[in-house]
Design a binder for this molecule. Sequence first.
Ligand SMILES: [Ca+2]
Length: 198
Amino acid sequence: MRKHLSGLLGLALVGVLAATAVPAPAGAAPAAEPAVAVDPVVSANQTVEQQIDRMLSFPGAKRIDRYTVEMTEGAFVTVPDPSGGASTMANCGYYYLCLWSEHGFVGPRITFTVCGRGVENFGPWPFPDGGIWSDKVSSIMNNQSSGTWSGFYDWRSDGGGWDDLKFLKAYGYWRDLSKDKADDGSHMNDRIDAVQTC
Ligand SMILES: [Ca+2]
């Protein structure tokens, strides 16, 4: 997905500004731009809470920490820390398979930690910024057990089942899926709906 998260944050800040601006008294001389102090951390946290709440609307979802929700056992969605923790989002720990909504390992992230469960459909999970996770993934890192393979699937548009697009061996990564092709030569970006974790 290529939508910029900063745009959403900007909208949230505009909302705070609108809510806190004090109208000038009638007849007062036109004032300079009002100096409104906006605490960026407070604004950002409201956005994180909205993102978390959206994910918690999924049946069985549980909040793990400030930025993380466990969607199903062993599968987690983490939203970026808006105060600057984006670099840590790129960390995909050992025994994890990580998928991001943006290229370059940024944006909301899904982490799968359990192998051998077959095809896991994450498409219906609520996406933190609205909509669902289907067709959002743009970068992937496979840091599962060295030498294992994980597969990535697209739900066929004719409803006829899963298309296996491509497999990725651990350790390995695809930094920008818009530059990768599926095994059949078709595009990969903003298309994946399910994974098979080693
Ligand atoms: Ca798809």
